[in-house]
Design a protein around this ligand. Structure first.
Ligand code: HEM
Length: 188
């Protein structure tokens, strides 16, 4: 780990801080079809610092913790943590996450200066079950009963706003379900 002041966080820089969003929408699998859950959430992104691998790869790392509450009953129904990492030399963003269902993954993507019309940074990462590089790992139970085969996550951040949309393809109840979550958050 190294001092944080001289670290290049690249496209991840704008994430650092505490964010809240009130208008989240979750579409989740249900034995009878699907359930739609409006939610609010808080995500805290905190600086970890610089990390060196094999004395040659330099990463800038940010830790995050996401706590999501269902509006209908006021209960936390999703708790997720992991890291966002930036490899400036390879123009690569990495996103690791773990959820307490026995599922974790390492998603990756390249970043080459993509911004939207307002100049906000657009970050996209993905992982699949079978990819050699960016991969999903899950428990034997989940592999058999609720297998996540694909993960895609798009984040747009800038001007104190963070918008995200993520899709998880889940093989559950005898079909492939498109489990999605989206929200827009503001910097607290
Ligand atoms: C804001 C983010 C998320 C929310 C609010 C959310 C919410 C939910 C809900 C409500 C269910 C239905 C089962 C239940 O009621 O407990 C579910 C199922 C599931 N979620 Fe998520 N989820 C989120 C993100 C993720 C992510 C990132 C993954 C994996 C990469 C994931 C994987 C799964 C899987 C595999 C299931 C099937 C398990 C089951 O329905 O019994 N979810 N999620």
């Amino acid at each position: 780990m190294s001092e944080t002041s001289d670290i290049d966080f690249g496209p991840l820089k704008g994430l650092i801080g505490v964010w809240r969003g009130e208008e989240g929408v979750d579409i989740a699998p249900d034995p009878d079809g699907k359930e739609t859950n409006p939610f609010f959430e808080e995500i805290t992104f905190s600086v970890v610092g610089g990390v060196t691998n094999a004395e040659s790869q330099n990463l800038a790392a940010i830790h995050y913790h996401q706590i999501v509450t269902r509006k209908s009953d006021g209960k936390v129904f999703h708790n997720e943590t992991g890291y966002w990492m930036w490899d400036a030399e390879a123009n690569t963003v990495m996103h690791s996450l773990t959820i307490p269902r026995g599922v974790c993954l390492l998603a990756g993507g390249t970043y080459n200066g993509e911004v939207d019309r307002d100049g906000r940074v657009i970050i996209e990462v993905s992982a699949t079950m079978d990819d050699e590089k960016w991969k999903i790992i899950q428990s034997p139970f989940m592999l058999e009963k609720a297998r996540t085969t694909e993960f895609r996550h798009k984040v747009i951040v800038g001007d104190g706003r963070l918008t995200y949309a993520e899709t998880m393809m889940v093989d559950i109840y005898g079909k492939i379900f498109e489990h999605t979550d989206q929200n827009e958050l503001t910097l607290v």
